[in-house]
Write a protein that binds this ligand. Structure first.
Ligand SMILES: Cc1ncc(C[n+]2csc(CCOP(=O)(O)OP(=O)(O)O)c2C)c(N)n1
Ligand SMILES: [Mg+2]
Length: 352
C-alpha cells in the first residue's frame, strides 16, 4: 500500500458503502443530485470508450481517469458559469461537466489538431496542459486578472499529487496568497505520479501546505461526490466574496494505468487496486441516492443507456476525422519562417 486509505482526517459525507457519515444537505435538490450521478456515469462510459479507441488505433495516447469521477464531477459542478477551469491532461470528466465539445477535446488525443481545438472561452475551460503544474500558474494569473478587473469569478486549477512537488505549485500558491487571488488549487491526489508513489512525494497531507502560505487548505474524500461538491462550493463562495485562495486535496485513486503507454502492473500491487475499487465513487453515490429514494434502478439503467448512446455518437464523429496534412506542422508558427524550416517544408513528399 502506498498509503493508509482508511485515514479519516478528511471531509466525508458518505462512507464507501453509501451510508451518510455527515450532514448530507449540500444545497442540491433531487434533480441536481440525479444530474451528478448521470454525469459520473457518462464520464466513466466515455473514459472506457477512450481506452478502447486507443487500443483500436483511433487515439494516439489517452490518460484514463477511472476512479476519479467524483473528484472531477463534484468539483466542476460547484463552479459558476464565469469561473474558469485550468486542467492538466486527465480532466475529461470535468470538461464534460463544463459542456466542452468532447469530439473537439479528443482531437488532441487523435492527433488531428494541436492542443485541443475547442474554444477555451466558450465553456471557460483552458486547453489541456501537459507540462505538469504549469497550469496552476496560469490559473493564479487569470484569477489575479479577474480580481483586478473587478469580475466576480474564480479560477480552478486541477493538478496531481506529483505536480504538487513542482516549483510551479509553490510559486503559484505563494502568489495567490500574497495577492489574494480568487483561485482554487485543486489537487487530485490519486496516489501515483506515473510509477512514483505518494510516499515519495509528500510526508504530510498536501492540503496542510496551505497554512504555510497563509490560506485555507482542506482535505476531502475524493471518492465522495457530495463532500467534494460541498468543499469546492464553499471555496468558490469564499473566492467570489474576495476571501482569496483555497487549496483542496481530494484523496482518490487512479484505477487504470497512468496512460495507455504505461503498464501499472510493473510497479503496483493488484491488492491496492482492489482496495480502491471497493471504494468506487459511482457505486457509493448510487447506493446513497437509492437508499434516499432519489433514484431507482430504472433511473440508473436509463443513465447507462443514455451514456452508451452518447458515447457511440462521439465515437462515430471521432473516427471520421481526417488526419491533417503533415505540412501543417510548418504553419502558424512564424510569419517569416527561418530558411532551415523553409528547406524542410520544400523537401517534404509531394502528398504530405
Ligand atoms: C514538467 C513536466 N515534467 C515531467 C512530465 C512527465 N509527466 C507527465 S505526467 C507526470 C506525473 C504527474 O503525476 P500527478 O501530478 O500525480 O498527476 P497524475 O498523472 O497522477 O494525474 C509526469 C512526471 C511532464 N509532463 N511535465
Ligand atoms: Mg497523481
Amino acid at each position: 500500500m502506498s498509503r493508509d486509505i482508511d485515514d479519516v482526517s478528511m471531509v466525508q459525507i458518505l462512507a464507501p458503502d453509501g451510508t451518510p457519515t455527515g450532514d448530507t444537505e449540500v444545497g442540491l435538490d433531487d434533480e441536481r443530485l440525479r444530474d451528478l450521478l448521470r454525469l459520473m456515469i457518462r464520464a466513466r462510459r466515455l473514459d472506457r470508450e477512450c481506452m478502447a479507441l486507443q487500443r483500436q488505433g483511433e487515439l494516439t495516447v489517452y490518460p484514463p481517469f477511472e476512479g476519479q469521477e467524483a473528484a472531477q464531477v463534484g468539483s466542476a459542478f460547484a463552479l459558476g458559469p464565469n469561473d474558469f477551469v485550468f486542467p492538466s491532461f486527465r480532466e475529461l470528466a470535468a470538461a464534460v461537466v463544463r459542456g466542452v465539445d468532447v469530439v473537439e477535446y479528443l482531437e488532441y488525443h487523435r492527433g488531428t489538431w494541436h492542443g485541443g481545438p475547442y474554444d477555451p472561452i466558450e465553456n471557460r475551460f483552458a486547453p489541456i496542459c501537459v507540462p505538469v503544474a504549469t497550469q496552476i500558474v496560469h490559473a493564479v494569473g487569470w484569477a489575479l486578472g479577474a480580481k483586478l478587473d473587478g469580475k466576480n469569478a474564480c479560477a480552478l486549477a486541477y493538478f496531481g499529487d506529483g505536480s504538487a512537488s513542482e516549483g510551479d505549485f509553490h510559486e503559484a500558491a505563494n502568489m495567490a496568497a500574497v495577492f489574494g487571488a480568487p483561485a482554487l488549487l485543486f489537487c487530485q491526489n490519486n496516489g501515483w505520479a506515473i510509477s512514483v508513489p505518494l510516499a515519495e512525494q509528500a510526508v504530510a497531507p498536501i492540503a496542510s501546505r496551505a497554512s504555510g502560505y497563509g490560506f485555507e487548505g482542506v482535505r476531502v474524500d475524493g471518492n465522495d461526490v457530495l463532500a467534494v461538491y460541498a468543499v469546492t462550493k464553499t471555496a468558490v463562495e469564499r473566492a467570489h466574496a474576495g476571501e482569496g485562495p483555497t487549496l483542496i486535496e481530494a484523496v482518490t485513486y487512479r484505477i487504470g494505468p497512468h496512460s495507455t503507454a504505461d503498464d501499472a502492473s510493473r510497479y503496483r500491487d493488484d491488492d491496492e487496486v482492489a482496495a480502491w475499487r471497493a471504494r468506487d465513487p459511482i457505486d457509493r453515490f448510487r447506493r446513497y441516492l437509492s437508499d434516499a429514494d432519489v433514484t431507482d434502478d430504472a433511473f440508473v439503467h436509463e443513465c447507462e443507456t443514455d451514456a452508451a448512446r452518447w458515447v457511440s455518437e462521439i465515437r462515430a464523429k471521432l473516427i471520421s476525422l481526417e488526419a491533417p496534412a503533415a505540412s501543417e506542422i510548418f504553419d502558424q508558427v512564424f510569419t517569416a519562417p527561418p530558411r532551415t524550416l523553409e528547406r524542410q517544408r520544400n523537401a517534404r513528399p509531394a502528398d504530405a
